[in-house]
Design a protein around this ligand. Structure first.
Ligand SMILES: NC(=O)c1ccc[n+]([C@@H]2O[C@H](COP(=O)([O-])OP(=O)(O)OC[C@H]3O[C@@H](n4cnc5c(N)ncnc54)[C@H](OP(=O)(O)O)[C@@H]3O)[C@@H](O)[C@H]2O)c1
Length: 215
């Protein structure tokens, strides 16, 4: 398969797993992280499939889409930093709006009823096309469930418009999964920690039933 070029900003636990899955499907990657260390180590393990960009803006050069594999708390500042070129791109966000408190408990960063997709859409510049995807499974499960056979595993996604949806589907297939659209960005709460579609590894028929049951 001949892939396109995708930027991945954030090469921690999840960004690394997404990068390895996409690279295994033939995607060319441009990587950046807070310091060059983790992006460099990841690129070294991916051979010719990935290059380390000079910075977050440089990561976008020549890319058709960018995956912002960042903690929810830093998303807005990175979006502001790269806003101008984002206007022409598909922006894929896997971030869950959660953090951990001093005791290690998971805390929600958004009030009940407000989805991460709606908040992120408000941070993006006009012309950027948002898809919420790749954040429903733990990184290790994402890596192990790709290219499953005989029945592929599904990755659920939500997208604002056709172009975002088409690119999300291409990336999900490249990563070795079957895409399942749940609806527009306003539906993205279903994908998050605590949502009914979060953490599920299911095939296409079960996914279709779950989408219509909970929609
Ligand atoms: N980990 C999972 O299993 C998992 C599963 C589903 C969804 N998610 C979601 O994925 C997101 C990322 O989680 P994670 O576990 O991968 O977090 P993580 O391991 O802490 O990785 C965060 C990455 O963001 C980079 N970063 C921080 N500030 C940056 C900046 N200003 N510019 C560029 N890169 C920056 C860090 O760079 P350095 O490497 O240089 O520090 C690091 O590579 C979260 O929102 C989480 O909710 C995670």
């Amino acid at each position: 398969m001949t892939g396109g070029t995708t930027a991945i900003i954030g090469t921690g636990g999840l960004g690394s797993a997404i990068a390895r899955r996409l690279a295994s499907g033939g995607e060319h990657l441009r990587l950046s992280s807070a310091d060059a260390g983790s992006a460099g180590a990841l690129a070294a393990g991916l051979g010719g499939a990935a290059v380390v960009a000079a910075d977050n803006l440089d990561a976008l050069r020549g890319a058709g889409a960018v995956v912002l594999a960042l903690r929810f708390t830093v998303l807005n500042s990175v979006i502001e930093q790269i806003a101008e070129p984002l206007a022409g791109l598909v922006v894929v966000v896997p971030s869950n709006p959660v953090s951990t408190d001093a005791d290690g408990n998971i805390v929600n960063l958004l009030p009940p009823g407000q989805s991460s997709g709606q908040v992120v859409a408000g941070w993006l510049p006009p012309g950027a096309r948002l898809a919420m995807a790749f954040g429903t499974l733990p990184a290790g499960v994402l890596e192990s469930a790709g290219n499953r056979s005989p029945e592929p595993a599904v990755l659920f996604y939500a997208a604002a418009g056709d172009r975002a949806g088409e690119e999300a589907e291409r990336l999900i297939r490249t990563a070795g999964f079957e895409p399942a659209k749940i609806g527009g960005i306003e539906q993205s709460g279903r994908l998050e920690v605590g949502g009914d579609l979060h953490g599920l590894v299911v095939g296409p028929a079960a996914a279709a039933a779950l989408i219509s049951d909970g929609g």
